[in-house]
Design a protein around this ligand. Structure first.
Ligand code: HPA
Length: 286
């Protein structure tokens, strides 16, 4: 997509959402992954827009991914814009489409974005249901959402990625986890294109490269938000042990089921995190 197309399609979506009115400018954006979409239903005074109604918004065909933009208040009073479901590169979308929703959150005024996903555990000590704060990533997708002419209005040609996952936002996650008595591991997320799960050899490779978890999302959005100067935090729900670590076959239904079973802990963590990030938002700029 040409830069002016990216800007025009974003502006059309932004104008549509803002035209629906009735909400305060969101302070925090949230992107919800597989099996975790229900968190958006905890927002009050919510405006819920189907992706189908938002101009230019790509839609996911994956089971378990509702497609709604929900804008509302957390119980702690932080206005949040939430993507309930995302599109993935493996569906055949180009990465400009994959990051459209994340860029829209930034355009709606979100001062920080928190991302959740389901991931396979690569670290040997992980168990299904563990939560992992992402400290850094390996982009093994072979693609980058910023490839092509730079959209200078969004950010620089060569954005820095040293703190792709904001240190301040990570500190807040740790504090929330401690207060809520939730175990929160930390580690490196490796993004694969998918949609086939990895081979055991690919998981061994990822581990030797320094990965603790592996998945098929998040990294394009993190790069696009970093480009726009929006600080990001991300947490993975380890839904399964990665390929070759058990005798079991990998199965999307199991991934969703584990994410759902972890929901109570995940929701508690995310709610507290959004509230703290919302309170800190003015001082979070990278
Ligand atoms: N691999 C890739 N993506 C995933 C996995 C996995 O094992 N589990 C959940 N998403």
């Amino acid at each position: 997509m040409e830069p002016h197309d990216i800007l025009r399609t974003l502006a059309e979506a932004q104008a549509f959402v803002c035209g629906r009115g009735g909400f305060r400018a969101p302070a925090v954006g949230v992107i919800l992954g597989s099996g975790l979409g229900a968190w958006a239903d905890s927002l009050t005074s919510a405006l819920k827009l189907s992706y189908a109604d938002i101009p230019n918004m790509p839609r996911s065909a994956v089971v378990g991914h509702a497609g709604n933009l929900v804008i509302g208040e957390t119980p702690g009073g932080v206005t949040t814009a939430c993507l309930q479901g995302r599109v993935h590169a493996y569906e055949g979308h180009d990465l400009a489409s994959v990051v459209f929703g994340a860029r829209l959150l930034a355009r709606l005024g979100c001062k920080a974005v928190l991302i959740t996903n389901a991931a396979g555990g690569v670290r040997r000590s992980f168990l299904p249901g563990d939560l992992m704060l992402i400290t850094d990533h390996l982009n093994l997708m072979g693609r980058n959402p910023l490839a092509g002419p730079n959209v200078a209005e969004l950010g620089p040609r060569f954005p820095d990625m040293i703190e792709a996952y904001s240190r301040a936002i990570r500190d807040l996650a740790r504090a929330v986890a401690r207060a809520a008595n939730v175990d929160l591991a930390e580690g490196v997320y490796a993004a694969m294109l998918g949609p086939s799960y990895e081979t055991p050899a690919e998981i061994e490779m990822a581990r030797r490269l320094g990965a603790d978890a592996v998945g098929m999302s998040t990294v394009p959005e993190v790069i696009a938000l970093g480009h726009m100067g929006v600080p990001v935090g991300a947490v993975s729900c380890i839904t399964n042990l990665a390929a070759g670590m058990t005798a079991q076959k990998l199965d999307h239904a199991e991934v969703e089921e584990t994410a759902r079973a972890s929901r109570a802990r995940f929701v508690g963590l995310l709610s507290g995190w959004v509230d703290r990030v919302g309170a800190a938002a003015p001082s979070l700029a990278p």
